[in-house]
Design a protein around this ligand. Structure first.
Ligand code: KIV
Ligand code: ZN
Length: 526
């Protein structure tokens, strides 16, 4: 790797026409380190499904598992190696013959196979975990890499806890591993302890001091214990790393690993700064995230960068207004780029008329200013009841206000419902006609909705037969709008009515009044 290819961490030029791209390999360890997340275990079929998607999206190396760990792990790595094409398939091994042999047995059918050998090098691991001297570690590392290299020529070596290993000793181990046949040397921040500048310095130091460093690809593998895994990985890249180890949704041991979707989009979006690119098809990021959520049962938080539900949602009126004028005011990536179908412009009580009109237009409704005013009034009432208003809610509101509009002869003022397992349902209803209000109390019917029908009929004085009655939730969630669609028959003719509310009794009454107003309007037109 030539020095001139590396940015040394500096932003280069405002003029992006000079941007050059260094290819960064993406090494995905969702199926190995990711599967080490508490509660994240996947079965064989799920692992195959994830591996297939990783290959399709352009992951360079898939770490498919730790074959010696269990027969299930072995079998999963073996089947992935046999069936998944387009990526190198890698198996993990400690630095001993049994592990390395098992790793080879599992990956050997892959057209491109890799063995990943690791051995801890930090003083703390040498003394307390391995009880080995630095010389013994060095010897073991050389022997392990040589054995792996006797099987295949793609060998990765990881000095575990490298980011807490003394510089001098780390340089000796890295040099020896490359001489023994390692083609990739990974520098893990095993406990997520390093900071971005420390990582930068460590990678730069290795490039400056290890004489044979150009014979191997330097790799970064950062854990997220301090929330720095992505920043640290990008720092390593700025200092010359050519491979990033990461996982979908950042799952992994303890706080997890660097999130694949974040490192990929950081390099893509800030290519002017990093001058690096990957082979990843970024439009597969959201589907991959959803698949990993589904298979592991570990869901990403709503505000998760790139793939979270809110990652492209703009709630405040000012942001929405800016977005409508020019997307780049508040959006540095397009949602389509990462696999979302469109920006999820969540509307809420801070949203203004412009945002509502625009969303309605996107949904296929062009509103006159009078219609917009009416829908906006209902929208504000709804926003007080409901935190977020989605497309389904807006469609229901517009349909009720516009499609369902007739002159409002009768309108709802108030209602009160009582019902229970051993009580007759009763409804107290107040309606308005012109300037006059009419109230009725009814204790009749076989439920609160039936009682509401009786009460409406009694006040309005129009008899009708209900032919069809459908309740639909416009969106998901317990606070979703319920939309009632009615078909009633009056004097041999059918009329429909629609009502929307977060309360289903209210939607029913509104739907009945809507139907009654149509009957009146139709009679008047005759
Ligand atoms: O975090 C770590 O050090 C590891 C190694 C096995 C690379 O996962
Ligand atoms: Zn790890």
């Amino acid at each position: 790797m030539a020095d001139s290819d590396i940015t040394d961490g500096k932003a280069i030029s405002e003029d992006s026409s000079h941007v050059v791209s260094r290819d960064i390999r993406i090494f995905d360890t969702t199926l190995r380190d990711g599967e080490q997340s508490p509660g994240a275990s996947m079965n064989l079929a799920e692992k195959l499904e994830v591996a297939q998607l990783l290959a399709e999206m352009g992951v360079d190396i898939i770490e498919a598992g730790f074959p010696i760990a269990s027969p299930g792990d072995f079998e999963a790595v073996r089947q992935i190696a046999q069936t998944v094409r387009g990526s190198t398939i890698c198996g993990l091994a400690r630095c001993n013959d049994k592990d390395i042999d098992a790793a080879w047995e599992a990956v050997k059918h892959a057209p491109q196979a890799r063995i990943h050998v690791f051995l801890a090098t930090s003083a703390i691991h040498r003394e307390f975990k391995l009880r080995m001297t630095p010389e013994e570690i060095l010897e073991r590392a050389i022997a392990g890499v040589k054995r792996a290299a006797s099987y295949c020529d793609d060998i990765e070596f990881s000095p575990e806890d490298a980011c807490r290993t003394e510089y001098d000793f780390l340089c000796r181990v890295v040099e020896a591993a490359i001489d023994a046949g390692a083609t990739t040397v990974n520098i893990p921040d095993t406990v997520g302890y390093a900071t971005p500048i420390e990582i930068y310095d460590r990678f730069k130091m290795l490039r400056d001091r290890v004489p044979n460093i150009d014979r191997a690809i330097l790799s970064t593998h950062c854990h997220d214990d301090l929330g720095l895994a992505v920043a640290n990985s990008l720092s390593a890249v700025a200092a010359g790393a050519g491979q990033i180890e990461c996982t979908i949704n950042g799952i992994g041991e303890r706080a997890g690993n660097a999130a694949l979707e974040e490192v990929v989009m950081a390099m893509k979006t800030r290519n002017d700064y990093y001058r690096c690119g990957t082979r990843i098809d970024s439009t597969r990021l959201v589907p991959a995230s959803r698949l990993v959520c589904k298979t592991t049962g570990i869901h990403v938080q709503r505000n998760k960068a790139i793939v979270g539900k809110n990652a492209f949602a703009h709630e405040s009126g000012i942001h929405q207004d800016g977005m409508l004028k020019e997307r780049s005011t508040y959006e540095i990536m397009r949602p389509e780029e990462v696999g979302f179908s469109k920006t999820d412009l969540v509307l809420g009580k801070h949203s203004g008329r412009a945002a509502l009109a625009d969303r309605a237009k996107t949904l296929g409704f062009t509103l006159t200013s009078e219609q917009l005013q009416r829908v906006f009034e209902q929208f504000k009432i709804l926003a007080d009841k409901k935190k977020e208003i989605y497309d389904g809610d807006i469609i229901a509101l517009v349909q009720h206000q516009i499609i369902g509009t007739v002159e409002e002869q009768w309108s709802l003022i108030d209602y009160e419902v009582r019902s229970g397992k051993d009580h007759h349902p009763s409804v107290k209803l107040t309606l308005k006609h012109g300037e006059t209000e009419y109230s009725e109390s009814v204790q009749q019917g076989d439920g609160p909705i039936d009682a509401a029908f009786w009460a409406v009929e009694k006040i309005v004085g129009i008899e009708f037969v209900c032919k069809d009655f459908r309740v639909r939730s416009a969106t998901l969630g317990r606070d979703a709008i319920g939309e009632v669609n009615l078909e009633v028959e009056h004097e041999g003719k059918s009329y429909r009515g629609v009502g929307v509310s977060t309360d289903s009794v209210e939607s029913t009454i509104l739907a009945m009044l809507n139907a009654i107003n149509r009957i009146i309007a139709e009679k008047a037109s005759r």
